[in-house]
Design a protein around this ligand. Sequence first.
Ligand code: RB5
Length: 146
Amino acid sequence: MKIVLGSDHASVELKDYIKAELMKLEYEINDQGAYSEKSVDYPDYAVKVANEVTSKKADYGILFCGSGLGMSIAANKVKGIRATLCNDLYLADMARRHNNANILVLGGRVVGKGLAIEIVKKFLNTAFEGGRHQDRLDKITKIENS
Ligand code: RB5
């Protein structure tokens, strides 16, 4: 499975930790940066990751910023993106089962490394349930296209 990662300066450390853990688990990783803690603007990274996902070069994206909020707002502006901020396991489960999220967002100033990797594993290993949830996503797509 191909995963694209992106972070701003506030969460590079968590992004690099998750990258290393996912590589150990043999995921194919595309790291779009940032690569240092020099201050950058999160929307620039949100769009890079979102484009990799909508073009199907990656199966899922994972975005990181301080709170997770800015990356969520920015990524969801890209057509076809369903980015969900999941700072606990319940939300990661629901994001996939009910919302078919294609980008997981984490707040590096909110969750620690131990919880973050469990959230990532839950997200990547949980299937979308379809059915009535797909009908609801179709309504979101209509809003997006209107
Ligand atoms: C950077 O200080 C911070 O604003 C950013 O990482 C993020 O939390 C924005 O929503």
